[in-house]
Ligand binder design. Structure first.
Ligand code: F6P
Length: 343
């Protein structure tokens, strides 16, 4: 078969391991010929690709980023975008196209499938909030990076009797905040799912001080909202081609308010793209490899319009529509458990 691959949306540690899995099994086991489109849907629109064979993949499993590069290009925003994509698929005589991405990238794969093209999806987001799967690769790496940062901030917070507010990624769901907050022993964790009251946060910190703990760590997801002001803090007014604003700033806003209300010296730290860079963890390398092999197997089983999915310990597939309905929110039971350690 002739199969195309692309990586779209924000990059994510483990993308290269998925590519490696697809290429290894596709070429060595099925005898496929595989091409990789450059920079997400932009490469498909512009018919820019590179052949991928067994010589393309050595030494990439541990590398972050993506050898195919990526973009947030939305074909629907371009004149005759979907027709151009169909033409690229036909001109390259592709039997299938595998899209590795989050809800935006996969929404295009779903549209193409609805228009009669043979697409397969692989779930990717460090935010871990795609429905239809239990875990996305890249999340574990982001959690480990954030946890290490929290560990480091603990010692400097303690040395200075400071409150440290750590802003982590998580647009619509607070998975990274919750996991890294639990693992790092945070004193307060704030997530988009639960708008928070600043006075209550300050009460928790004062309670800690009253117990003789003169430093605190607050982990806040970038998409977290203040209860009486449900807008998200943003960095720039512009939107990407899928309509998303650039989030950021809730950490600094919260740090200022905490300092004003409590009088405790407070600093904000934004982890930002550090969470997405560098080598994937062993867990993410294994999960991403499994997703890649599953995706090429799905192509050969004719499971189109579907996404590779992890359910419990097993790989399976679900319709793309299942992944796209709504974001997968943090389990309220897990968050309640985390709150045992607040204050
Ligand atoms: O969707 C993943 C994500 O990392 C979000 O957590 C974050 O808001 C966004 O991407 C940042 O995107 P960009 O790389 O375009 O700044």
């Amino acid at each position: 078969m002739r199969v195309g691959i692309l990586t779209g949306g924000g990059d994510c540690p483990g993308l290269n391991a998925v590519i490696r899995g697809i290429v290894r099994k596709g070429t060595m086991f099925y005898g496929d010929s595989i091409i990789g489109f450059m920079e997400g849907w932009r490469g498909v629109l512009e018919n820019r690709f590179q052949p991928l064979d067994i010589d393309s993949i050595p030494g990439i499993i541990h590398r972050g980023g993506t050898i195919l590069r990526t973009s947030r290009t939305n074909p629907a925003k371009y004149e005759n975008g979907m027709d151009k994509i169909r033409a690229t698929i036909q001109n390259n005589k592709l039997d299938a196209l595998i899209a590795i991405g989050g809800d935006d990238t996969l929404s295009v794969a779903k549209k193409l499938f609805d228009l009669g093209m043979k697409t397969v999806g692989v779930p990717k987001t460090i935010d871990n909030d795609l429905s239809g799967t239990d875990f996305c690769f890249g999340f574990d790496t982001a959690v480990n990076i954030a946890t290490e940062a929290i560990d480091r901030l603990h010692t400097t917070a303690e040395a200075h009797n400071r409150v440290m507010v750590v802003e982590v990624m998580g647009r619509d769901a607070g998975w990274i905040a919750t996991y890294s907050g639990i693992a790092g022993g945070a004193d307060v964790i704030l997530v988009p799912e639960k708008p928070f009251d600043i006075q209550q946060v300050c009460e928790l910190l004062k309670h800690r001080h009253a117990r003789g703990k003169y430093f605190s760590i607050v982990v806040v997801a970038e998409g977290a909202k203040i209860a009486d002001d449900e807008s998200q803090s943003t960095q720039a007014g512009t939107r990407d081609e899928f309509g998303h604003v650039r989030l950021g700033g809730i950490g600094s806003r919260l740090a200022n308010e905490i300092e004003q209300v409590t009088g405790y010296e407070t600093r904000a730290v934004i982890l930002g793209h550090i969470q997405r860079g560098g080598s994937p963890t062993a867990y993410d390398r294994v999960l991403a490899t499994r997703y890649g092999v599953q995706a090429i197997d799905m192509v050969h089983r004719g499971e189109f319009g579907r996404m590779a999915s992890l359910r419990g310990q097993s790989l399976t597939s679900v319709p793309l529509s299942e992944a796209l309905g709504s974001n997968r929110k943090v389990d309220p039971e897990l968050y309640d458990m985390a709150s045992v350690f607040f204050g």
